[in-house]
Design a protein around this ligand. Structure first.
Ligand SMILES: C[S@@+](CC[C@H](N)C(=O)[O-])C[C@H]1O[C@@H](n2cnc3c(N)ncnc32)[C@H](O)[C@@H]1O
Length: 227
């Protein structure tokens, strides 16, 4: 097969990445509908509203516009490192990724046609905005969750929040699962593997990859897995 010379190769590559996200979100939402998995979409790391937009469009395409969207982000640069596993050649803790405040996020959502009442955006660093481990509070029922916060320590806070909200059938996706470095594995991957080691009641079944670094899992009760 020959590539179309008329297409700019960079544009083609970017297009392929976006199509990968959309295909992932569409399949995830259709599967949650077919499999009768209730719940909302929750995202940790939402800043530019790109993944929020793709998940929303796919969710509507799947025939369900009634699931609420929850966006958590500082809407500021990445936090300072608190663990050596926060460092990565691709980003700097405390560095410029993110920023602009939540108003820019609202503007991007409006441009994408996401109704204001369809989502809740919570601004601030996770260690101050996420209810502590074991505390009740929205969102309580999660069907699809995307973790896109890059740093190890951020993902630890997210898992503390998710622990009491995990449920059989939830799809848990990571944007930076395959972001390793010469020294260590990905921070998001480390946190998930540590959590799985310490919580054997949960099984994480590999579901779909969606770009060079992103992948997803179906959360399952471990006692459902034949051994
Ligand atoms: C890669 S960006 C998210 C991009 C977004 N998914 C999109 O599609 O536009 C990562 C975001 O996670 C945020 N983040 C990382 N750690 C955080 C923490 N501990 N608390 C709040 N936000 C955090 C960063 O500030 C940054 O805005």
């Amino acid at each position: 097969m020959y590539l179309d010379d008329d297409l700019d190769p960079i544009a083609r590559a970017v297009q392929r990445v976006l199509e990968g996200y959309l295909a992932f979100f569409y399949d995830a939402w259709v599967n949650q509908n077919i499999n009768a998995i209730s719940g909302d979409y929750v995202e940790f790391g939402s800043w530019g509203a790109n993944t929020m937009n793709m998940s929303y469009q796919a969710m509507v395409l799947s025939g369900r516009a009634d699931r609420h969207l929850w966006a958590y982000d500082s809407f500021q640069p990445l936090p300072e490192a608190t663990d050596e596993r926060d460092y990565h050649p691709g980003w700097n803790p405390g560095g410029p990724m993110g920023g602009g405040g939540v108003e820019k996020f609202h503007e991007a959502c409006a441009r994408h046609g996401i109704p204001r009442e369809a989502y809740t955006a919570t601004e601030g660093y996770f260690d101050t905005t996420l209810p502590p481990l074991g505390t009740d509070g929205d969102p309580t029922d999660i069907a699809v969750c995307l973790i896109d916060c890059n740093m190890y320590s951020s993902a630890v806070t997210v898992f503390d929040f998710l622990e009491s909200r995990l449920k059989h059938g939830m799809i848990l996706a990571f944007d930076d699962y395959f972001c390793w470095s010469p020294e260590r594995i990905s921070g998001e991957q480390s946190v998930m593997l540590e959590f799985a080691r310490d919580h054997p009641q949960w099984h994480f079944e590999r579901y779909r990859d969606f770009h060079r670094a992103g992948t997803s899992f179906v959360v399952q009760h471990a006692d459902q897995i034949p051994r």
